[in-house]
Design a protein around this ligand. Structure first.
Ligand code: NAP
Length: 262
């Protein structure tokens, strides 16, 4: 195995965008990956796929657990360093949408639970990984954000606020960590379990905003998770130092070199 093969931790790797990013990192960039998610059974299925289809089972380590738990994140970092001697990148992808409720009708406890996953788990991962990322030749932190960071959607106050907060965290890390490239990505409207949740539970709180997502699904316009998965793993494996600290949409010009070829 070439020492150029990057070592990456990916959170939320059991499904959707994180699973696609894990497969792309292994298949397209020959990376070595530590995958974190709570669903151990789904992680095992992913490992089986990677072993059988890609013949790269020895390049994927699994850590089943909660990305908000310090011991789990520490275990993932220790696994990478003990098995492969280094850590080059983390992709902070784990995220949840709920509570889907207006500010007036949601509880602070539910906002805090969402912030634990969408925001504080990203800080935790960055803090534990940074000592290793700083030592890497081209270390990076790639954060999955959302268009909701920039625009208010009815019923998405907690979600959008958490994504705005990680965009600011991205700005801050860009300033504070000159030897580590930090970028945040809006992955587009992607065909994953999160979109299923929007369609299933969003109608009442989102009102008119809900129809947009139902229509995109009905018209077959949701993006395949493989597209943002490829961009995230490309950013992690070849981080663009000059873009550090910034937030991009998956279809921005700056992301063209990272998009999959059609
Ligand atoms: P998804 O299919 O629901 O996947 C979410 C992933 O996050 C799962 O692997 C889930 O795994 C993991 N996760 C959730 N809570 C976790 C926790 N506490 N600890 C560890 N893992 C956790 O949704 P997705 O669309 O792929 O979402 C991935 C990211 O993309 C999220 O940050 C989301 O906000 C962002 N995003 C998605 C869209 C979209 O249209 N889909 C648009 C903009 C941004 P377990 O349940 O197994 O733990």
């Amino acid at each position: 195995m070439s020492s150029a093969s990057p070592v990456i931790i990916i959170t939320g790797a059991s499904k959707g965008i994180g699973k696609a990013a894990t497969i792309a990192a292994l298949e397209k960039f020959n990376a070595r990956v530590v995958a974190i998610a709570r669903s151990g059974d789904l992680l095992n299925e992913l490992h089986e796929h990677v072993s059988k289809v890609l013949n790269k089972g020895d390049q994927l380590e699994l850590v089943a657990g909660d990305a908000t738990n310090k011991d789990i994140v520490q275990k993932a970092v220790d696994t990478a360093v003990q098995k492969w001697g280094r850590l080059d990148s983390v992709i902070a992808n784990a995220g949840v949408l709920e509570p889907v409720a207006t500010v007036a009708e949601s509880s602070i406890e539910d906002w805090k639970k969402l912030f634990d996953v969408n925001f504080f788990s990203v800080i935790l991962l960055a803090q534990i990984a940074l000592p290793h990322l700083r030592k890497a030749d081209n270390g990076s932190i790639v954060i999955v954000s959302s268009g909701a960071a920039l625009k208010g959607y009815r019923g998405w106050g907690a979600y959008g606020s958490s994504k705005a907060a990680i965009n600011h965290l991205t700005n801050t890390l860009g300033v504070e960590e000159p030897n580590v490239t930090t970028v945040a990505l809006r992955p587009g409207v992607v065909d994953t379990g999160m979109q299923d949740t929007i369609r299933a539970v969003g109608a009442e709180a989102m009102k008119d905003d809900h129809a947009k997502f139902v229509d995109l699904h009905r018209e077959g316009k949701l993006i395949d998770p493989k597209t943002p998965g490829h961009i995230l793993s490309a950013l992690a494996c070849n981080p663009p130092k000059e873009l550090s600290g910034r937030f991009f949409s998956w279809d921005d010009n700056e992301m063209k070199p990272y998009q999959p070829s059609v």
